[in-house]
Design a protein around this ligand. Structure first.
Ligand SMILES: Cc1ncc(COP(=O)(O)O)c(C=O)c1O
Length: 392
């Protein structure tokens, strides 16, 4: 028999710590969507105005330069990234930089689907960044700003030269609104609404620098482009996409929800406030991992530790002595116990990542909820460890 530790007194008010879709903003309810123009055409004035407003508020809060274009595109962040890869790549060689599952997915796209041949791959094990100084920015470069499945991010854009011949294509979906993106160094930035702002999946955001637009106008890929990826027509940019005239029908309910999130973001103080919230959330877990020897951040270099998708490994010697399956089972049991208690949902490590916990710390998560989670983490770990000892 194992003796179970008694449950902590306080529960997180909101147990949603998933890395996507992420927690809704504090105070959110379906009421917030009641003005959505449902049953109306997205091309009618009422719908078009909403879409334009979503673009302009994105520009304001994310501090996107005035000469960058912002479009709402289909298929969430994946749609936005693939639209960029299919539309822009092939003009020159490409350096693919990947250090976790999503970045590796873009490598597969480029090598196996687009079948580009002049490709250099810079990859690294979970927890580390590749050698960014080896990347050649006179080639096109594809990378993920914040690796959601390893919790490793680039600390800033300093590794990218301001003067470069190639384009930088950046999947920023779990960084946008929580980390400062250096737009001057980025030619394509993508994200989805379902991450830091706690919006819905389905639509992607595609942000293009003037240089990216120049490429679209001067280069035609050798492969066919489905309608859903097409950004040009008759050799001209389809400007409407960047003014709310979406390629196909968006969900006006999702748009309303994104607008609600943007307005909340603005009301609390915009980008600085969003970043500060994520930083404060990360600090709670960081302190906890430093105080508790059984947990360690998967990101080796502190400067690369994500303030959104915080990935933690269980490094207790009794656990690390287990084989890989045993370690994974232990971490899964901890996450499952917390889920069963209704105190933390969806905090198991990503399926392709090393075993552990992944706790979302983005701006919509309340710091007090993370603080309330800490005793529960200890509780679940202690119980699981007793079970391990009892089974030995
Ligand atoms: C870095 C990264 N890229 C791409 C995706 C896929 O995003 P979506 O499902 O919004 O297309 C995710 C989702 O978690 C992600 O974290």
């Amino acid at each position: 028999m194992t003796t179970l530790a008694s449950t902590p007194a306080v529960r997180p008010a909101n147990p949603n710590f998933s890395s996507g879709p992420c927690a809704k903003r504090p105070g959110w309810s379906l009421e917030a969507l009641k003005a959505a123009p449902l049953g109306r055409s997205h091309r009618a004035k009422i719908g078009k105005t909403r879409l334009e407003q979503a673009i302009e508020l994105t520009r304001e809060i994310l501090q996107v330069p005035a000469d960058y274009r912002i479009g709402i595109v289909p298929a969430s962040d994946t749609g936005a990234v693939e639209m960029a890869l299919w539309s822009l790549l092939g003009e020159r060689g490409v350096d693919m930089v990947a250090w976790e599952s999503f970045g590796s997915g873009w490598v597969t796209d480029v090598v196996k689907q687009l079948t580009l041949t002049d490709v250099r791959i810079f990859d690294a094990a979970y927890g580390t960044l590749p050698d960014l100084s080896a990347v050649d920015f006179d080639r096109d470069v594809v990378f993920t700003w914040n690796g959601t499945t390893s919790g490793v991010r680039v600390p800033n854009g300093d590794f990218i030269p301001a003067a470069r011949q190639g384009l930088t294509i950046c999947d920023a979906t779990s960084a946008a609104f929580a980390q400062r993106l250096d737009f001057a160094k980025l030619d394509v930035v993508t994200f989805s609404w379902q991450k830091v702002l706690g919006g819905e999946g389905a639509h992607g955001m595609l942000i293009l620098s003037p240089r990216a637009v120049e490429r679209l106008l001067s280069y035609k890929p050798a492969w066919p482009l489905p309608k859903i990826f097409r950004l040009t027509s008759g050799g001209k940019l389809i400007e409407g996409i960047f003014k709310g005239e979406t390629i196909n029908t968006p969900s006006m309910l999702c748009v309303e929800d994104y607008l609600d999130a943007l307005k909340w973001a603005k009301s609390i103080g915009g980008l600085n406030a969003l970043i500060a919230r994520a930083d404060a959330n990360f600090a709670v877990l960081d302190r906890f991992t430093k105080q508790n020897g059984w947990l360690a951040n998967l990101a080796v270099d502190p400067a690369t530790r994500s303030n959104t998708s915080v990935c933690l490994s269980i490094v207790d010697p009794d656990v690390t002595a287990l084989d890989a399956d045993g370690q994974a089972a232990f971490a899964k049991a901890v996450a499952a116990a917390l889920e069963k208690e209704g105190v933390a949902y969806d905090i198991g490590a990503y399926r392709d990542a090393p075993p552990g916990l992944r706790i979302w710390c983005g701006a919509t998560v309340e710091t007090s909820d993370l603080e309330a989670l800490l005793p529960w983490l200890e509780w679940a770990f202690a119980n699981q460890k007793s079970a391990l000892k009892a089974a030995a």
